[in-house]
Design a protein around this ligand. Sequence first.
Ligand code: ATP
Length: 331
Amino acid sequence: KEIVMSGIRPTGFLHLGNYFGALRNFVRMQEEYNCFFMVADLHALTTLPDTKDLKTNITRVLAEHLACGLDPNKCALYCQSHVYETSELYLYLNMIAMVGVLEKTTTFKDKIRLQPGNINAGLLTYPVLQAADILLHRAKLVPVGKDQEQHLEMARDYVNRFNHRYGGEVFPEPFAFNYGSELIKVPSLDGAGKMSKSENQYATLYLSDPDDQIRKKVMKAKTDSGPTEPNTPKPDYIENIFLLMKLVSAPDVIKKFEEDYNACTIRYGDMKKQLAEDMVRFIAPIREKAEAIQQDTDYLKKVMIQGAEKARASAQATMQLTREAIGLNYY
Ligand code: ATP
């Protein structure tokens, strides 16, 4: 079976982008592949100097993974910091990662704009740690959203440089994956950028949002007075509303609004009301399930221990090969 690996940072509640970019694929992939999915708590340390909420966030994110349909018996579901081998591989990969390339990474440039007072080296080497997470299981498929494409390219670069420098062909090249080919970017409701855990909170739909909050956010989404000429191209923010509808609404409903748009008879108020109700129908069952699972701390602990055992067994085998390839096996 092909090996799959991906992770989500416990930087806040999960949102629709995490679901459609990552989790939806996880749930399907666990049936077909050998899957490793982690809550990326070490990654969270690059942006969260204050760790007092980390434990709550981890249990919440884990509960949300389970509520979306991940089964700890079908995949390894674990916490990144429980797999100590990650830090070792991260160190080795740091020796082949070029600072110049890391400094030009889009996510690094974005993050330093957001936290000018805390430009730590971990932020710079975030793609190296991410490559370590993936390579640790020698994974080939990485289900992620579009924002992660550049990081995967860097991971492939590290694989080629590692294999070239040390030989051993320890790691295969990993590729970003989405069922249905194109990687997904779920846009934020204000038409600017993507939905995100830690930014644009009023323009992001969280899997934990109460029904009324969902309705309020959707109704505030940016629109205009409507097209004045038939069959005109849609502005980005309108295209985004159609895109969100495609995620949760029935095809005939979308078709009707497309026709109304092209005939210049569309009423955005009605469209948003429909979208809000479809979002509520989609999000509410996940929210309720996640809330219940989060209360069951014994179960969550069991899941974490079981996941860490599976992930460490895979990691230890890889590290053995890695040390041998580098030449660190002295006796
Ligand atoms: P943060 O705001 O803390 O940076 P995030 O919401 O961007 O967090 P990550 O933990 O960095 O989420 O990413 C987890 C997964 O969710 C990744 O696979 C990422 O590609 C995917 N993802 C995040 N946001 C979106 C989005 N808006 N559309 C599609 N996929 C997304």
